[in-house]
Ligand binder design. Structure first.
Ligand code: IMP
Length: 192
């Protein structure tokens, strides 16, 4: 089975190929000659995930999936959410985003948050959605050097280490993205 993964992020393509094994052939956007970013103009994580997958299906007629992730912080009414990548503005900057989150939390004790990944698969025109969530809390300062994005300030539930203090293997035991992709993987196996 051939499936397009709608991302310009080659690192993600590699990760996903590894995760899904060789039962499905993953084709990246650059493999099909699409160089531009698909505009993420929806107002929700779900919406952007669907928009990217649907764009490719409409244009190429090949089954396609796309992922979108956001960090939702209760005290900030779900922010940065769909704006996670560019919370502190464009060009996106992880340090500036973390700084803005800590500033807005204003030393509050209410620090509950979650990462949410939504994968949308458009297969032969039908739409399927897979969600991966990890609950946690936001720390007071940055800890650890691994990972990316908000990893240095995110403690997954019942953990004394931030994602940035974990190896990728450890992080993937809890991670939103790994959980969502596990569902996609199970679904694709069922289909074979
Ligand atoms: P994307 O939809 O996967 O590109 O994620 C959007 C933004 O969410 C990223 O630019 C990061 O700021 C943040 N993010 C996504 N996944 C993670 C993660 O695993 N750790 C930390 N931050 C993440």
């Amino acid at each position: 089975m051939n499936i397009i993964f709608a991302t310009q992020n080659e690192h993600k393509v590699k990760e996903i190929k590894n995760l899904l094994g060789n039962q499905v052939e993953i084709i990246s956007l650059s493999d099909i000659g699409l160089k531009e970013d698909i505009p993420e103009t929806a107002s929700t994580i779900e919406g952007n995930s669907l928009l990217k997958a649907q764009f490719v299906w409409d244009k190429y007629g090949i089954s396609c999936f796309a992922d979108d992730t956001g960090l939702e912080i209760d005290f900030l009414n779900g922010e940065p959410g769909v704006y996670s990548a560019r919370y502190a503005g464009i060009p996106k900057n992880d340090d500036a985003n973390i700084h803005k989150v800590l500033l807005n939390l204003n030393n509050s004790n209410e620090r509950k948050a979650r990462f949410k990944t939504i994968i949308t698969l458009v297969m032969r025109g039908d739409i399927y959605k897979f969600t991966g969530i990890v609950d946690g809390v936001i720390g007071n300062t940055k800890k650890g050097v691994n990972g990316f994005g908000y990893d240095p300030i995110f403690y997954p539930e019942n953990n004394l280490k931030t994602f940035a203090e974990m190896t990728l293997e450890e992080k993937n035991k809890y991670s939103h993205r790994a959980r969502a992709f596990k569902q996609l993987k199970d679904f694709l196996h069922l289909k074979q």
